[in-house]
Design a protein around this ligand. Structure first.
Ligand SMILES: [Zn+2]
Length: 203
């Protein structure tokens, strides 16, 4: 039987081999330039990888005292569609209570589906495949807090270390860190000078 837990090197090689992380020179839809492009669903489409990556993350989440103290009465909330497969595997590994996820509504704001909401006092852990700038996670925190939910911690598979992830002291764990060069635009991008035109990518 294959060992379910992956070493740090195995995690990285799965992410690069599946194309979930690409190296190069990229222009994001926001106009920012980076040397890595992340598309985690390319790894998560393989059930076994999704499971093994998420089990690794769940182990880290168990080490957060606030989370460990409340298990299994915890809801796993996915911050994006990329967070859904992670949510299911985390729920299985932690034997958590239930799984929820948010999506963007017509106005661009995050929302739960109608009648599928966090209830006051509900213990929640928030998960996603990756946190780039932290904007989506901040919106989810606001949404869950507004509903009266209690956020015990945050877990992500990949932290590209683009921004300092600080969510008002909520504990955050990541399975792997992939330090990424990041520039606000072409004027400040050293890759533009070294490598020429970037590859325009979608989210
Ligand atoms: Zn550039």
């Amino acid at each position: 039987m294959t060992e379910i837990l992956m070493t740090h090197e195995e995690v990285k090689s799965v992410l690069f081999e599946t194309g979930a992380i690409r190296k190069g020179h990229f222009k994001l839809p926001t106009g920012e330039h980076t040397n890595h492009y992340f598309q985690l669903p390319l790894a998560l489409r393989y059930f076994n990888y999704a499971r093994r990556l998420s089990v690794g993350l769940s182990r880290l989440m168990r080490t957060v005292p606030q989370i460990a103290a409340q298990l299994p009465k915890v809801s796993v909330v996915g911050a994006s569609t990329g967070g859904i497969p992670v949510s299911y595997s985390i729920r299985e590994a932690l034997q958590a209570d239930q799984i929820m996820w948010v999506e963007k509504g017509n106005n661009g704001n995050l929302r739960f589906r109608q009648y599928d909401e966090v209830t006051p006092g509900e213990n929640c852990i928030l998960v996603d495949d990756i946190i780039l700038t932290g904007k989506t996670m901040t919106s989810l925190i606001n949404l869950v807090t507004k509903s009266g939910g209690k956020i015990l911690g945050i877990g992500v598979l990949v932290n590209p270390c683009i921004s300092k992830l600080d969510f008002n002291g909520i504990p955050i764990v990541s399975l792997t860190e992939i330090p990424t060069l990041h520039f606000n635009d072409e004027k400040t991008c050293s890759l533009c000078r070294e490598k020429g035109e970037p590859v325009q990518v979608e989210w």
